[in-house]
Design a protein around this ligand. Structure first.
Ligand code: OKS
Ligand code: ZN
Length: 396
């Protein structure tokens, strides 16, 4: 299987975050990525390929340009304004209670956007204290997203040339992750929502249009190419298997009927204010957002049964996706230091997840892009990934 990976993604390395009230070493570390990459590279079954560049255009279909500009410039502004070299973290957020009597404090928000101190912008564009912006963050996040887009491109090429009934899958070994990032907000170690941008990319473009957008080497020139509104090209299922609810992905597509978003996640837990089963989407999107909150004491068998039920459920069957994007978080593991289902203890469960992804929702042949999200128990990340991919390929 092809694995998309770039060393540029290792350069983003904040030293600490605020976790449970104090500064802790940054859990979302470069070592997570190298551990997985080294594990996969130790067999001859994976081809490790660098990302190409599909420009800023697909990113701007999901994120606002003012937010993107903030990510690009925040660190330099921060340093100019005397901030700690560790990087940008907010100190105050536009909390609803703060804004209640001020008519939503639109004026304050506009001021912060226009000419505010970087600390005002930090609170506006970030929802937690775990998502530090360093001098290397923008490039790493941009290339992480390009790795996912490269995965989409390879997936479409492989699918076009593959014989029926052979599983077609690609793994985008992305970092920083994406599923907490919304259209104009970062959080939960996420800056650009790699899976959301990939889903919109699949919806927007035919394979030939993807080919023409592609720049062979990541240039970091970030040219912007206009994207016209088009009729949807594919139906996309996003399956979010990270332990945490993907509030960003949910929010980006909440009023849309394509993609269909399905998330299994531990509750009650971070991000605390999203992920209930009654959050089903709204307007045109009603019914296209499915949350399966699971107790932290969920076992291997219970997890697999919940996954099976939703994948073979009415909504997924009726939706009949053309392609599947998996937000592959490995922080479901019982040993995970900041998350984990306490009784999810069998590596075989990951193999079964992969198998279920291949056989889900009827027998239709569906290409699958696995996109790396969370997972912090570094010693076994490689084993977990390998089990998911082997299960998907039907390899013992
Ligand atoms: C403390 C909590 C940070 C947890 C972030 C969880 C990130 C993750 N501020 N999301 O899937 O793995
Ligand atoms: Zn997670």
């Amino acid at each position: 299987m092809e694995v998309i990976y770039s060393e540029e993604c290792l350069k983003h390395a904040p030293k600490y975050e605020i976790l449970s009230g104090s500064a802790k070493p940054y859990f979302e570390s470069p070592q997570r990525l190298t551990a997985i990459k080294n594990h996969l590279a130790s067999t001859d079954r994976y081809a490790i390929l660098p990302p190409a560049d599909y420009t800023l255009a697909p990113i701007l279909r999901v994120h606002t340009s003012e937010f993107v500009e903030y990510l690009q410039t925040a660190y330099n502004k921060w340093v100019e304004q005397g901030g700690d070299s560790q990087g940008v973290l907010p100190e105050c957020f536009p909390h609803p209670k703060l804004l209640a009597e001020l008519g939503g404090a639109k004026a304050w928000i506009e001021t912060a956007k226009r000419d505010g101190n970087v600390l005002a912008k930090a609170g506006l564009y970030c929802f937690d204290m775990s998502t530090t912006i360093t001098g290397d963050t923008w490039n790493a996040a941009y290339i992480s997203c390009q790795a996912a887009l490269t995965g989409v491109h390879r997936l479409l090429q492989l699918d076009a040339s593959s014989s029926a009934n052979k599983p077609v899958g690609v793994y985008a070994l992305c970092r920083p992750p994406g599923h907490h990032a919304g259209e104009d907000v970062c959080g939960g170690y996420c800056y650009i929502n790699n899976v959301a941008v990939s889903a919109q990319f699949l919806i927007d473009y035919e394979l030939e249009q993807v080919e023409s957008l592609r720049i062979k080497d990541v240039s970091l020139a970030h040219p912007v190419v206009e994207v016209e509104k088009r009729t949807p090209k594919r139906k996309v299922l996003i399956l979010d298997l990270d332990y945490h609810h993907g509030n960003g992905t949910q929010s980006i597509f909440y009023t849309k009927s394509n993609p269909l978003y399905i998330s299994l996640h531990g509750t009650p837990d971070y991000p605390w204010f999203t992920g209930a089963s009654h959050e089903r989407g709204s307007g045109e999107g009603e019914g296209y957002n499915i949350n399966i909150p699971l107790s932290k004491s969920t076992t291997d068998a219970e997890y697999l049964s919940a996954l099976h039920d939703v994948l073979d459920g009415e909504t997924a069957l009726a939706f009949n996706a053309d392609v599947v994007l998996v937000s592959l978080g490995l922080d479901t593991w019982h040993m995970d230091p900041i998350a984990g289902f306490q009784r999810l203890k069998s590596l075989e469960t990951y193999w079964r997840m992969g198998e279920m992804i291949r056989t889900c929702a009827g027998t239709k042949h569906r290409p699958v892009l696995f996109v790396q999200e969370g997972g912090y128990w570094i010693g076994q990340l490689g084993d977990m990934v390998e089990n998911v991919l082997d299960g998907f390929l039907g390899r013992e």
